[in-house]
Design a binder for this molecule. Structure first.
Ligand code: SF4
Length: 758
């Protein structure tokens, strides 16, 4: 990939922040909102964001409070997301006539999206150098022609990003399955798939078991591999409420993230004055990939504490009555290899004992986690390990306790509930087939990594993306980009210009869609959509802003257009009818999706909570009919001499692959992104100093991968562990480096070496 303009020319490094939010968050939010949307639109959008009759934030999946909502029911990054979508700049035929695909490929990801909202259906034809406009009718016909022309439906892949609404997602999976394939990868494959696999195997359902109230009522909240201050900022309000009521917080993260240290709540005078709430009582700066070993050691210490004072630490009644496999797990952790634990975690035994004492002394514990846990080769086993501890203490299915994987994309959980899954279970396919009168394909489809392989190996030919920026989000960027360029057709349903529009198929389509803030008048009526958050709350969302352009169509309308052009009235499905009134879609959802009967009415009545047997009735729908303890080998990640463990992460001015700006205020980075956070000990040992520029090189069985020119930033991180932003470092993560069982890219533990920059 050609070298891009040097965005880092004005890079500056300052001391990291010791708190999150505060007055600065308000200033940044307002400046971005007014600067990008203007006063009137900014005011309307921010006052309806996350309100009961408003629109749902398109950023993370943090739940809205059920009762009272603040007038400003959003965080700084929610305001950035709304501003980024509501920007007044547009990208249309004139822009594309001026900029060739080749020249656009020279630009950075931040620059591309910053150009504005897409307004016209555009096509780049085979051999073409520029995108050119076409009509919606032509666009749908072109997709239909390509899909009908394939030798087998499995030559097509239907990718979904977590912003897609429940209605669009339900119809999209129906389109793919009525067409004949289960190739339905989604962004969850890259993030919480390890969670879904681990929880389904232990408690019988791949979703978190807590409500917002449980967090407020907990007396210990464990936050593992998560940076809530940037990725789920309203979670800080819940942590503050819990702290106010006496809760303790145990944070486990290689980096001392500002949002784990202190929260200056801008909704409170104390917070605006900088006298906010101290958060983590204990921060364990663990060595990357040391979490499995840590939780085995904690299990070991809890067992010892229980044996020393029976009935005071473990919940024997729950263990005996509702679980299986306890004895095997207990035997495994009873005989723990301390040296291995210390090598794996980089912690002292005293630190681990102190953490275990926090759990032993707590009565209501919530375990929260995110990518710092899920993107490792042994992520499924790691999650199962803290599930073991939660089960041993009976921390599931009772108030103030439970498992809380925090989803990073606003409706990624809803999309999965609607059937966006390459491995959909038979009970779902049976219900879908019964409802629509056809037999859906049963063979599992491609997940995200398998999709890249299929395009690389020319087994797949057509790629359709419902939102997202697949090329930038996926690991092994060069391989993924080349695979996409090898496709016959790529179709991107998007709001803004991004990398995936440039590393695209021989024929490439861009189909501009409405955003969450915008009014949806499809079918000549005011339409609403629905989403499901991290805590299984389903609710409606309705945008009010005037669309960025008159030609924009809703996700539902576009999916139906493609379906009608591809399938006609196959199986008697009347796709056009769905666009007249989305209640027609919701009625079908109610007939197919477990726990959604009466969907339309329940949404009309303010929304509802999806069923969760372990949370609701301490029922475990595992094959054993019980919650399952697991036994996993204790692993110490081996790192060759002179190599380091790299974790890829977001800056505070970023949401997934969307780069809102070039600052990372919490980590002291200004006007730049190509930085590596590294400890003083590693700088000294490797003969570098703060400010040096290096290339990052990862080593894999199939060779080396290089990401050039990063500035070294001395930082508080465990020895041997470094961190840098994605997507800039995604080229270093080999496609085949995936988590066992779940296939999630191992982006949190990439073995790299540093070389003086070339
Ligand atoms: S916490 Fe997440 S969902 Fe809520 S406003 Fe912020 S970014 Fe949006």
């Amino acid at each position: 990939m050609p070298s891009k303009p040097d965005e880092d020319a004005r890079l500056r490094v300052r001391p990291p922040a010791d708190h999150a939010a505060g007055l600065k968050a308000v200033q940044v939010s307002m400046a971005r909102a007014v600067g990008q949307m203007g006063v009137v639109k900014a005011t309307r959008n921010l006052l309806t964001l996350n309100q009961a009759d408003g629109f749902d934030c398109m950023s993370c999946a943090w739940p809205d409070p059920q009762g009272h909502r603040h007038t400003a029911e959003f965080c700084e990054n929610g305001a950035k997301a709304v501003s980024w979508e509501g920007v007044r700049d547009t990208v249309g035929p004139a822009f594309f006539a001026e900029h060739s695909v080749a020249s656009l490929s020279e630009q950075t990801d931040h620059w591309l999206e910053k150009q504005g909202r897409l307004t016209h259906p555009m096509v780049r034809r085979p051999g073409g150098t520029h995108y050119e406009p076409l009509s919606w009718g032509e666009a749908f016909a072109l997709v239909g022609e390509h899909l009908r022309g394939l030798a087998h439906p499995d030559e097509a892949v239907f990718y979904t990003s977590g912003r897609a609404s429940n209605e669009a997602a339900f119809l999209y999976q129906l389109l793919a399955r009525a067409y004949g394939t289960n190739n339905l990868p989604d962004c969850s494959n890259m993030c919480h798939e390890s969670t879904s696999v681990a929880l389904a195997g232990t408690i019988g359902i791949g979703k978190g078991s807590v409500t917002l109230e449980d967090l407020h009522e907990a007396d210990l909240i464990v936050v593992s591999g998560q940076n809530p201050g940037t990725n789920h900022p309203r979670m800080l309000t819940a942590l503050e409420i819990a702290k106010r009521d006496g809760a303790k917080i145990l944070a486990i993260n290689p980096l001392p993230e500002a949002g784990l240290l202190k929260f200056d709540n801008p909704q409170k005078a104390r917070g605006l004055a900088g006298r906010g709430t101290e958060l983590a009582d204990t921060l364990l700066q663990i060595r990357s990939n040391g979490d499995l070993a840590l939780w085995q050691a904690i299990g070991h210490l809890l067992l010892k504490a229980e044996e020393a004072a029976p009935g005071t630490v473990l919940d024997r009644a729950f263990i005996d009555g509702s679980t299986t496999g306890f004895e095997a797990w207990a035997a495994h952790v009873r005989d723990i290899d301390r040296e291995a634990v210390l090598a794996a975690t980089g912690l002292t035994w005293q630190q681990i004992e102190d953490a275990a004492a926090m759990l032993a002394g707590a009565k209501r514990i919530v375990h929260c986690w995110a990518m710092g846990i899920t993107q490792h080769h042994n992520a499924v086993n790691t999650i199962k390990e803290f599930v073991n501890v939660a089960l041993a203490q009976g921390m599931i299915g009772r108030p103030g306790a439970g498992l809380c994987p925090v989803r990073g994309h606003s409706n990624v959980q809803g999309d999965r509930s609607m059937g966006i899954w390459e491995k959909a279970p038979d009970f779902f396919l049976d219900a879908l087939g019964a409802e629509f009168g056809f037999d859906p394909p049963r063979e599992h489809g491609y997940d995200a990594a398998a999709s890249v392989r299929a395009f690389r190996d020319r087994k797949a030919k057509v790629f359709v993306a419902l939102g997202g920026n697949f090329v930038a989000a996926m690991s092994d960027t060069e391989v993924t980009a080349a695979a996409m360029r090898g496709a016959e057709l790529t179709v991107q349903i998007s709001t803004k210009l991004n990398r995936s529009h440039l590393d695209a198929g021989a024929t490439a389509l861009i189909l501009p869609t409405l955003g969450r803030t915008e009014q949806d008048l499809t079918g000549g009526t005011v339409q609403r959509i629905t989403v499901e958050d991290s805590m299984s709350e389903v609710h409606a969302s309705r945008g009010r802003s005037k669309p960025a352009g008159p030609l924009l169509r809703s996700e539902v309308d576009i999916v139906c257009g493609i379906a009608a052009a591809t399938l006609g009235d196959r199986h008697g499905i009347d796709w056009r009818a769905f666009t007249t009134d989305y209640d027609r879609i919701r009625d079908r959802i109610g007939n197919v999706v477990p726990g959604c009967s009466g969907y339309t009415e329940r949404v009309d009545n303010g929304g509802f909570t999806m069923p969760h047997p372990p949370r609701d009735t301490r029922t475990f729908t595992t094959p054993e009919g019980r919650a399952v303890f697991s036994v996993s080998p204790l692993e110490v990640l081996q790192v060759p001499p002179g190599r380091l463990i790299l974790q890829t992460l977001r800056s505070h001015d970023q949401f997934n692959t969307t780069i809102y700006g070039l600052d990372d205020r919490y980590r002291g980075i200004k006007a730049g992104r190509r930085v590596v956070f590294i400890s003083k000990a590693d700088l000294d040992e490797l003969g570098f100093v703060d400010g040096d520029h290096v290339d990052l090189v990862s080593e894999w069985v199939d060779g080396e991968r290089r990401a050039p020119r990063f500035r070294l930033v001395e930082y508080s991180t465990p020895k041997g562990c470094v961190a840098a932003y994605y997507p800039e470092t995604n080229p270093l993560v080999p496609l085949d480096s995936q988590a066992a069982e779940s296939g999630t890219p191992t982006s949190k533990a990439v073995i790299v070496r540093l070389e003086p920059a070339t």
